[in-house]
Design a protein around this ligand. Structure first.
Ligand SMILES: [Zn+2]
Ligand SMILES: [Zn+2]
Length: 242
């Protein structure tokens, strides 16, 4: 399979509200994590950091120019691969041990990571059999209700266990923007990992439904508006009840 040059690995798109969308287009869509960069007055926020097969700091200037807090929506391999590149790292307390001691099993790299998840391979010396996430112990532990303050912007941590025990969403009340991680996006949701929990998942969805969300940037697949958000949650909850 063809190898991609590091400078061509990431795709960067500037959106409204100081939000930048970064992704890895050479990974197949289902496995491809959305990386979100939010510009603040005093500091920036990164939500997730991709698979870690090419340096984010080296090739994406947006994440290396200013003071930045790298938040993990949760600790599956596709979301935390470059966290070790950042000095300031935040994760929910329920997955702090995973960010500190990632393995191929506990990050789900095993069984998901094979050459088949790529359209084209990352640059040398990448190999799917040797792929592993580097350890990146958190410098800040997050709990439900905590706030991430960027100076002029403020995101509330919403604990959303279910997909994984330490999953979080980040909600900015003034803009109605929600970074939802993997608990909810506009595509097939994963509810059966080794640390998923069905009852937690339902409770998280019910809680998310109460938020006045206007725009959702999820862990995978394209962003969507508040109407779609509420429809996705209601349909999901309806299916659980029948
Ligand atoms: Zn996940
Ligand atoms: Zn994911």
């Amino acid at each position: 399979m063809q190898r991609i040059r590091p400078e061509d690995w990431y795709r960067i798109r500037h959106l409204d509200d100081g939000v930048t969308f970064i992704d890895e287009p050479h990974i197949q869509e289902f496995y491809r994590c959305n990386i979100w960069h939010v510009r603040g007055r005093d500091r920036d926020m990164l939500v997730d950091s991709g698979m870690g097969v090419v340096s984010l700091r080296e090739w994406v200037p947006e994440v290396s120019e200013r003071d930045l807090i790298a938040v993990a929506s949760h600790t599956h391999f596709d979301h935390i691969g470059c966290h070790h590149e950042f000095e300031c790292r935040a994760v929910h307390e329920a997955e702090a041990d995973l960010l500190a001691e990632p393995t191929r099993i506990n990050t789900l790299a095993d069984p998901y990571v094979t050459d088949e998840i790529f359209h084209s391979l990352p640059p040398e010396p990448y190999c799917s059999q040797c792929y592993a996430v580097k350890r990146a112990p958190a410098t800040r532990i997050l709990r439900d209700g905590d706030r991430i303050d960027l100076g002029d912007r403020n995101f509330e941590v919403i604990h959303t266990p279910g997909h994984s025990p330490g999953g979080i969403a980040l909600f900015e009340a003034t803009s109605g923007i929600l970074f939802s991680g993997d608990i909810l996006y506009d595509g097939p949701l994963i509810e059966d990992t080794y640390h998923s929990n069905a009852a937690d998942y339902v409770a998280s969805m019910e809680h998310l439904l109460t938020l006045p969300v206007r725009l959702v940037h999820g862990g995978h697949f394209p962003s969507f508006d508040g109407e779609r958000y509420r429809a996705l949650i209601r349909n999901w909850l309806d299916e659980k009840q029948t």
